[in-house]
Design a protein around this ligand. Structure first.
Ligand SMILES: [Zn+2]
Length: 329
């Protein structure tokens, strides 16, 4: 086993150079969808196995693969039941979880080798949890490696961040990402739309979002033909985050085209965006962009998706002077 993805080879070599003398805490930072977690897991496995790459055969590797390694602890967002009895993914890693890590590192290593605590997404640690981890890091526990993985490292508690050696993972070169997607049967995956992160592009393709994106954007490309009531109903099932990403990136591209710049997120719709960019009313576009961004910040709030989307589409049509009332279904 080498690097989990071809573009991670340089980072993998860097990690290999620390084998035997790893930092007590490592922060793997970079955009979403470039394989940071897979890299962290592969390195954790190799530390526990004792060889890099990990052999994949020994007892340690088997335990790791089965998720039962006694010297490995994974802190992540857990599912919790809310007041309404719904099970949802928690939005933060809390202090009770961090205390599990503290107890874990204060025990002696089961195998007499390394112990690894992997935290992902590390920016989800709440303040109390981050402080608990910081405290144990400052004790410099023997034979313990903390690996923090984050898409938003700037949100980490600064004192915690400064205790970590940092490994930045950037976006792979575009052609390498495209080649990899083709190899994985995802030629149509929207690489530009996700900002160049190949794993995120593949995920979009596998979850059907890639096709939904093309449908939604084909409709936004023709504001005069839009039917906000019916379309809002049809798109109500689309997740809030997906809806936000679709509409926000579309508006950003529209603004770029209005200013005579090529669209970066939706280059496959460059022609339609170019035409709309010439017609759009700038002030109204900026207002809708700001409003869309503000809605994006409260994505997790419960809301009536269909009504919100209908209102958005009405405003969107107005950008182009489309004031024909929406047809009532
Ligand atoms: Zn092994």
């Amino acid at each position: 086993m080498s690097a989990p993805y071809p573009w991670l080879e340089p980072a993998w070599r860097q990690l290999a150079s620390w084998q035997g003398r790893p930092p007590g805490a490592l922060l793997i930072a970079g955009p979403r969808g470039v394989g940071k977690l897979a890299l962290a897991r592969a390195w954790a496995q190799s530390l526990l196995c004792g060889s890099q790459p990990a052999c994949g055969q020994c007892a340690s590797c088997r335990w790791f693969a089965e998720g039962v390694h006694p010297d490995f602890l994974y802190l992540t967002l857990e599912e919790r039941e809310n007041a309404a009895g719904e099970v949802r993914l928690a939005q933060e890693i809390d202090v009770a979880q961090a205390r599990r890590a503290v107890d874990f590192v204060r025990l002696s290593a089961h195998q007499g080798g390394w112990r690894v605590v992997l935290v992902h997404p590390a920016d989800a640690l709440n303040r109390a949890a981050a402080n608990a981890l910081l405290k144990v890091l400052e004790e410099g526990p023997i034979n313990t490696v903390f690996v923090l993985v984050s898409d938003a490292a700037h949100r980490l508690l600064a004192t915690l961040r400064s205790r970590c050696r940092r490994l930045d993972i950037g976006l792979p070169p575009r052609q390498a990402a495209l080649d990899w997607l083709v190899e994985h049967g995802a030629r149509e995956a929207p690489l530009a739309w996700v900002g160049g992160a190949p794993l995120r592009a593949l995920e979009c393709e596998e979850q059907g979002l890639s096709g939904q994106r093309r449908e939604v954007l084909a409709q936004l490309a023709q504001p005069a033909a839009m039917e906000p009531t019916a379309q809002a109903e049809a798109w109500a099932a689309l997740g809030n985050e997906s809806w936000f990403e679709l509409t926000y990136r579309w508006l950003v591209d529209l603004l770029a085209c209005h200013l005579g710049v090529a669209p970066t997120r939706n280059p496959d719709f460059a022609e339609a965006l170019g035409q709309l960019g010439r017609r759009v009313e700038r002030g109204a576009l900026l207002e809708l962009l700001a409003a869309t961004a503000a809605e994006g910040r409260v994505l997790r709030h419960p809301l009536n998706a269909a009504a919100q989307r209908e209102a958005w589409m009405m405003r969107y049509r107005h950008l182009f002077g489309e004031r024909r009332p929406a047809r009532v279904a």
